[in-house]
Ligand binder design. Structure first.
Ligand code: FAD
Length: 487
């Protein structure tokens, strides 16, 4: 096993101490809210400004083990102008502003490390327009992915990006989210056409027109996609839509080993089969979803597939993939033929996180993800599984493997420093391994503060450019301070 020494060993040693720091000691200096600011916000928002402890606590935590940090107040915004007014007031007082969509992020993203005002965008939930001819839609930032698809139900169109949670489009843009469909339709990076953004001084900009392509100036859309609320607050998102395919077919196939399943994925992608979804679940994850979603899949490394296209196109894709899988010992394809059975299958996949947690009642989830070039995927997963086999912490592995992206969830006892240290060690090793394979420390969950130090290992000097951008757009560091880059 190559991860015991050399560059990986050195990287692991440096990560080990840093991670502990980012988990526990990241609270930045915190001043109480200025009463004049509070009064001005209250005057503007009335009841839609809350300082209740329960509301603040709920807005300072995400869905992971990360220590929550409550903001001092939560502002429920209704319009772009209102967001601009709130940010302008906070800017006058140099008070932190943290955007909040649905709070489903996983790396401490919404924790108010310096206190301040959380702007909750969930009530900005109108679909503003659907351009059926142009295959696009503009929504307010609080619209969730399921809400948008519900709205599109009778149009023959859909929006494909599907993180497991029903996240807001603003939050998804801010975290550059993806999900099971990304292998075919791309991530938020490819699917956001334009954004309306409130900057740190309250100015409002639109990053691009609705044109499908443009060579006009710096690509600000892509700068704000993935900026995790550290550069501005997104209030409107224009996204690409797609026609619902004429034929959709989904199947589950168990494999004798995880290596065989991963090799099938690699061959499928390298053969150019345009699969819509190709998801890997290891034995622990299959056991978890069987119990949680009352299913009866064979307990074995398993791939979930979905194929989109014309009837003939789908049939051709299926034949190719079946032949590839059979060569790897995967010949037991179980088909979900009706829309109901497909939706049950994918709901179970989307519930995988909660299913894994349910295997160990009382545990907290330490979710982590990495992404590597597809040619290195089998090796990365095999080495990671060897690490896990030597650890006593329960874990489950699942992944959007068609992109070379996979996730681990450690089900930890949050009161046990020993377990936290062990999960941290395994996470360090997995990330270092992915970086050594020219991959990334996160394919989709983002940096927040949980992965802030890995960013330096991944990008080196480029992080100084990120810091310059942050300082130029947010000189007083009020936008979600303590996330993505340390200043
Ligand atoms: C069960 C489960 C499964 C998941 N599966 C996936 C997956 O498959 N793929 C994936 O990519 N992620 C996944 N996630 C993570 C999460 O759903 C995504 O990161 C999602 O994009 C977060 O959206 P949100 O609305 O909850 O944002 P929040 O958690 O509210 O915020 C996330 C970050 O974005 C910022 N932000 C939020 N709204 C705005 C805005 N309008 N303007 C500027 N900044 C903003 C916040 O300040 C914060 O830094 C999963 C999470 C869970 C709990």
């Amino acid at each position: 096993m190559r991860c015991a020494g050399g560059r990986l060993g050195v990287m692991l040693a440096s990560h080990f101490s840093i991670i502990r720091q980012s988990m526990t000691a990241t609270v930045l200096q915190h001043s109480p809210l200025n009463p004049a600011l509070l009064a001005a916000l209250r005057q503007r928002l009335g009841d839609r400004l809350s300082t209740s402890a329960a509301v603040c606590e709920q807005h300072g935590k995400d869905e992971s083990y990360h220590t929550p940090h409550a903001p001092d107040a939560v502002a429920f915004a209704h319009t772009t102008d209102e967001v601009s007014a709130i940010v302008s007031l906070c800017a006058e007082h140099k008070t932190p502003v943290i955007a909040f969509g649905t709070g489903t992020s996983l790396e401490g993203h919404v924790a108010a490390l310096k206190g301040g005002v959380c702007i909750d965008l969930s009530q900005m939930n109108r679909v503003l327009r659907v351009g059926a001819e142009d295959l696009d839609a503009t929504v307010e930032a609080g619209v969730t992915r399921k809400q948008l698809n519900e709205y599109l139900r009778d149009t023959g169109l859909f929006f494909p990006i599907d993180p497991g949670a029903d996240a807001s489009l603003g939050g998804m843009a801010a975290t550059r989210a993806s999900g099971t469909n990304a292998v075919r339709y791309g991530t938020m990076r490819e699917n956001v056409l334009s954004l309306t953004v409130v900057l740190a001084d309250g100015r409002v900009i639109r990053t691009a027109s609705r044109a499908r392509k443009s060579a006009a100036g710096y690509d600000l859309t892509r700068l704000f996609v993935g900026s995790e609320g550290t550069l501005g607050i997104i209030t409107e998102v224009t996204v690409r839509l797609y026609g619902i395919p004429e034929a959709i077919s989904a199947a589950v196939c168990a494999f004798p080993t995880i290596g065989a399943a991963v090799d099938s994925v690699i061959l499928t992608i390298q053969s150019g089969v345009p699969v819509a979804r190709i998801e890997l679940l290891d034995e622990a994850q299959i056991d978890a979803i069987n119990k949680y979603s009352k299913l009866d899949h064979r307990i074995a490394p398993t791939l979930f597939f979905e194929f989109h296209g014309t009837a003939a196109g789908v049939a051709e894709q299926v034949e190719t993939v079946k032949a590839i899988a059979a060569e790897q010992g995967g010949d037991d394809f179980r088909w979900a033929t009706t829309p109901e059975s497909r939706s049950k299958l994918w709901q179970a996949r989307h519930d995988a996180y909660y299913a894994a947690l349910a295997l160990r009642p009382g545990s907290k989830g330490w979710p982590t993800d990495v992404c590597v070039p597809i040619s290195r995927l089998a090796e990365c997963i095999a080495e990671t599984k060897r690490d896990l086999a030597q650890s006593s912490i329960p874990s489950a592995l699942a992944g959007h493997v068609g992109d070379g992206n996979f996730h681990l969830i450690f089900m930890i006892d949050p009161q046990s420093p020993k377990e936290i240290a062990e999960a941290s060690r395994l996470n360090d090793r997995m990330v270092a391994r992915a970086l050594q394979m020219e991959g990334t420390c996160t394919g989709e969950h983002g940096i927040g503060y949980g992965k802030i130090d890995f960013l330096v290992d991944e990008h080196g000097e480029a992080v100084s450019v990120m810091r310059s951008i942050k300082r130029a757009l947010d000189p007083d560091d009020i936008m979600n301070p303590g996330k993505i880059v340390r200043l």
